[in-house]
Design a protein around this ligand. Structure first.
Ligand SMILES: CC(C)(COP(=O)(O)OP(=O)(O)OC[C@H]1O[C@@H](n2cnc3c(N)ncnc32)[C@H](O)[C@@H]1OP(=O)(O)O)[C@@H](O)C(=O)NCCC(=O)NCCS
Length: 197
C-alpha cells in the first residue's frame, strides 16, 4: 500500500494527550517485535499453548516483522508514546487465503497492556481502513483464535463473524474465527453498528 499523506501526529482531545500513530519503517521492526512478544507472554494464558509463547524471542520476531513491514502491499502502523516508544501496532495487507470475499486482512493488532483503553486500538484500525479506502478497497477481514478476548474488540468495531476453521498451533488443535467488514466506510465515519455479511 502506498504511504498516505496524512500520518497522524500526537493530538490533544480536551486535556488528554493521545499517543501518536504513524506508518512503521523497517527500523521499527525490533520495537514491533517487542510489543508482539510482550502481548503474547502477558495475555495468552489459556488462549494458546504455553509452549508457543515461551518459544517467542525478540530476535526471531524482529526478523519476521521486518519482512512484514517491508513486504510490498502490506501496511504497518505504529502507536507511539510521548517519549517516542512503540507501544502498539497494526499490520495488514492483502487477504491471504485467496478464497475469501474480503480483499484486505489484518495480520496483527497489539496494544501493550498498560496503554489499553485509550482508543489506540480503534485509531490504528480506523487509520488502516482509511488507507484501504484510499486505494479503493472497502472489505476487511481478520482471523483470531476463538478463545481470544480480542473478539469483543472487533465485535464492538462492527465486525461480523463470517467463518471458523480448525488450526494447529504448537501441536494443539484450536479453532480460529474470522470476522469481517463488508464495508469499512461506516467504521471510518465512526459508525460501529456493523453491516451484514
Ligand atoms: C484488543 C485491543 C487491540 C484493544 O485495544 P485498546 O486500545 O485497549 O482499545 P480501544 O481503547 O481503542 O477500545 C475501543 C472500544 O473497544 C472496546 N474494547 C476494547 N477491547 C475490548 C474487548 N476485548 N472486548 C470488548 N470490547 C473491547 C472498548 O471498550 C472501547 O469501547 P467504546 O467505544 O465503547 O469506548 C488490545 O486490548 C490488545 O492489544 N489486545 C491483545 C491483542 C491480541 O490478542 N491480538 C491478537 C489478534 S490480532
Amino acid at each position: 500500500m502506498s504511504e498516505p499523506p496524512d500520518s497522524e501526529r500526537a493530538t490533544r482531545i480536551g486535556e488528554r494527550r493521545l499517543p501518536a500513530v504513524r506508518p512503521a519503517q523497517a527500523v521499527d521492526a525490533s520495537s514491533v517485535a517487542r510489543v508482539f512478544v510482550d502481548c503474547w507472554k502477558e495475555g495468552y494464558h489459556g488462549v494458546m499453548p504455553t509452549a508457543y509463547a515461551a518459544s517467542l524471542s525478540y530476535e526471531d520476531q524482529a526478523d519476521a516483522w521486518r519482512r512484514m513491514i517491508c513486504m510490498p502491499g502490506n501496511a504497518t502502523l505504529v502507536g507511539t508514546s510521548q517519549a517516542g516508544d512503540v507501544i502498539a501496532f497494526l499490520c495488514g495487507g492483502p487477504e491471504r487465503s485467496a478464497r475469501s470475499q474480503y480483499f484486505a486482512e489484518i495480520y496483527g493488532l497489539y496494544v501493550l497492556p498498560e496503554f489499553r483503553g485509550c482508543e489506540l486500538g480503534r485509531r490504528l484500525l480506523v487509520q488502516f481502513c482509511t488507507r484501504l479506502l484510499a486505494i479503493g478497497l472497502c472489505t476487511l477481514t481478520v482471523r483470531v483464535v476463538e478463545a481470544n478476548p480480542i473478539r469483543g474488540f472487533y465485535e464492538s468495531m462492527g465486525a461480523i463473524e463470517h467463518d471458523n476453521s480448525p488450526v494447529r498451533i504448537a501441536g494443539r488443535s484450536l479453532n480460529e474465527v474470522a470476522y469481517g467488514w463488508r464495508d469499512i466506510r461506516p467504521l471510518c465515519r465512526g459508525d460501529t453498528t456493523g453491516n451484514p455479511t
